[in-house]
Design a protein around this ligand. Structure first.
Ligand code: AMP
Length: 192
């Protein structure tokens, strides 16, 4: 099974949770650009200062900033045998930049987590109550879902055109049940 995997799916579909579980199983790093950016904001770095207001509004941080951050992360030793990307690429320009940075060979498989919008909204409002993320206000959630639909969802059609298979996984249900579907989809993608 290839170990360069992109988790694609709308906010609330469980990408972070599923990528975290798979990361432990495969021993490759889980790279979440949302987490990296939140850390940059918390640390008060230049990047964090540039990203903070954009993130709070639910918009995308400029491609060049995110691409540079990811390229640096992927050059670290622990990413040599694979990586699980969560939250990047978010649009076709980022997908092309990722491929350029990895000499045209960035990904083995895309896992697309699918869930109905009312389920996603419910999960995000629950997380808002639990974690108090600044971008979990109803306005920012609506904006993030709209941005996902316009910019990120089309990646599910883009990747097959460049030879990367997209495995669709039903993300409704208990975390372990969804995880076994993810594992099954990846085993299928590897041809057994
Ligand atoms: P996430 O935790 O993946 O939902 O990301 C939280 C926020 O970080 C997003 O709403 C964006 O503002 C920003 N962000 C994360 N990943 C990216 C990316 N690949 N490109 C642009 N902005 C991003």
């Amino acid at each position: 099974m290839g170990r360069r995997i992109l988790f694609l799916g709308p906010q609330g579909s469980g990408k972070g949770t599923q990528a975290g579980l798979l990361s432990k199983l495969l021993g490759v790093p889980h790279i979440s650009t949302g987490e990296m950016l939140r850390q940059a904001v918390a640390d008060g770095t230049d990047l964090g200062r540039q990203a903070e207001a954009i993130m709070a509004a639910g918009d995308l941080v400029p491609d060049d900033l995110v691409v540079a951050m990811v390229a640096e992360r992927l050059s670290a030793d622990d990413a040599r045998c694979g990586y699980l990307l969560d939250g990047f690429p978010r649009n076709e320009a980022q997908a092309r930049a990722l491929d350029d940075a990895m000499s045209g060979d960035a990904l083995d498989t895309v896992v697309l987590l699918e869930a109905p919008e009312d389920e996603l909204m419910g999960r995000m409002l629950k997380r808002a109550a639990e974690q108090g993320r600044k971008d979990d206000t109803p306005e920012a959630i609506a904006r993030r879902l709209a941005v996902y639909g316009e910019e990120t969802a089309p990646l599910a059609d883009y990747y097959p055109t460049v030879g990367v298979p997209v495995e669709r996984v039903d993300a409704v249900g208990a975390i372990p049940d969804v995880f076994s579907r993810v594992a099954q989809a990846l085993a299928g993608a590897a041809g057994g």
